[in-house]
Design a protein around this ligand. Structure first.
Ligand SMILES: Nc1nc(=O)c2c([nH]1)NC[C@@H]1CN(c3ccc(C(=O)N[C@@H](CCC(=O)O)C(=O)O)cc3)CN21
Ligand SMILES: O=c1ccn([C@H]2C[C@H](O)[C@@H](COP(=O)(O)O)O2)c(=O)[nH]1
Length: 326
């Protein structure tokens, strides 16, 4: 994957040394884009061994709305252990529930974004608004009094990802098919506010192709980016399978693209290696292909297992690793 190595070189050449909350300095470049044609292969790094099973385990944990490092471990992914149990600030956070808790991170927002409505039943459209909210699945929590007025408080958990799939099926021309992780109301309850946070699906009904634009506000290029690239592409493949479209363009936008000081040796070693051709992602036949079955089965978002994903023809250089900044 040459694009990855080009980005590494670009950060080394043009980035600036900066301090950050972890205490480990990084070279940072503001703004970068990578773009992959998934019909040409899967964006797995080849200049070291990608921990593919671990990355897929993380993605599946997100799909299941996990908020516990123990659940990620159960899926073969240990990368959340330190954020859950070794960050002093998080350990002292009153929202941390117990050992391994991460708070309402990623998947919780993707599948259960908490939504509240306050409706004044006495204003002219009050009862129509209430009826609409209840029809949308909101339920009444109670009455609240505010500024001398009264309101009905309602709640529902929004499954943003499911809504995206429903729209891909029902209104593929929509330019509003996206989900977001940056929930201001809960950032302080999370072990780490989301890094990959905006996912937009774009459908081409004529070519029967689906693409993804992913925005990552902050990206650890040594450790995080290989995982984030693999997971974004795997998610697009899965969504394509469940909605009947072939995965096509995967565009990956980074806000703060950085290399931690203690990752430089690992990355310089990779720069000296010649990348191999990209492998192919294979998703198990048991995951129904909507293009073949014509049956919409979005519940597979929760039912997929790590063993349903494998790489075919993955040639890579020897493993390399480095410490994670906590
Ligand atoms: N500093 C930092 N960087 C990150 O990339 C990151 C975080 N923190 N915190 C939350 C998640 C966890 N992610 C991570 C964390 C560690 C690895 C990592 O250590 N990868 C190893 C292999 C791990 C394994 O075998 O499972 C590697 O060499 O790629 C990868 C992704 C991405 N995120
Ligand atoms: O999926 C992920 C999750 C985290 N990261 C990296 C990016 C940063 O190095 C840290 C987060 O620290 P902030 O101070 O909150 O930016 O984790 C990643 O690359 N990918």
């Amino acid at each position: 994957m040459k694009q990855y190595l080009d980005l590494v070189q670009n950060i080394i050449d043009h980035g600036a040394w900066q301090q950050n909350r972890t205490g480990i300095r990084s070279i940072s470049l503001p703004g970068a884009t990578l773009r992959f044609d998934l019909q040409q292969g899967f964006p797995a790094v080849t200049s070291k061994k990608l921990a593919f099973k671990s990355a897929i385990g993380e993605m599946i944990g997100f799909l299941r709305a996990s908020r516990s490092a123990a659940e990620f471990r159960g899926l073969g992914c240990k990368v959340w252990d330190q954020n859950a149990n070794q960050n002093r600030q998080w350990l002292a956070n009153p929202y941390r529930l117990q050992e391994d808790d991460l708070g309402p991170v990623y998947g919780v927002q993707w599948r259960q974004w908490p939504a509240y409505k306050l409706i004044d039943p006495d204003q002219p459209q009050g009862s129509a608004q209430l009826a609409d909210a209840l029809a949308q699945g909101y339920r009444r929590l109670g009455f609240v009094e505010e500024n001398g007025g009264r309101g009905v408080l309602l709640y529902k958990a929004i499954d943003q990802l499911r809504q995206c799939l429903d729209t891909i099926i029902g209104d593929p021309g929509s330019r509003r098919i996206l989900f977001h992780g940056w929930n201001w109301a809960q950032l302080e309850e999370m072990a780490l506010p989301p890094c990959h946070l905006l996912y937009q699906f774009l459908v081409n009904p004529t070519e029967r192709e689906i693409s993804l634009c992913l925005y990552i506000r902050s990206n650890d290029i040594g450790l995080g980016a290989p995982f984030n690239l693999a997971e974004g592409a795997a998610l697009l493949h899965l969504v394509g399978r469940l909605t009947g479209y072939a995965p096509r363009w995967f565009t990956y936008f980074i806000g703060d693209a950085h290399i931690y000081e203690n990752h430089l040796d690992m990355l310089r070693e990779q720069l000296a290696r010649e990348p191999f051709p990209s492998p192919k992602l294979v998703i198990a036949d048991r995951i129904p292909d909507y293009a073949i079955t014509g049956q919409y089965q979005p519940e597979w978002l929760e039912k997929v297992e790590p063993g349903d994903f494998r790489l075919e023809g993955y040639r890579h250089h020897p493993p390399l690793t480095a410490p994670m900044a906590v």
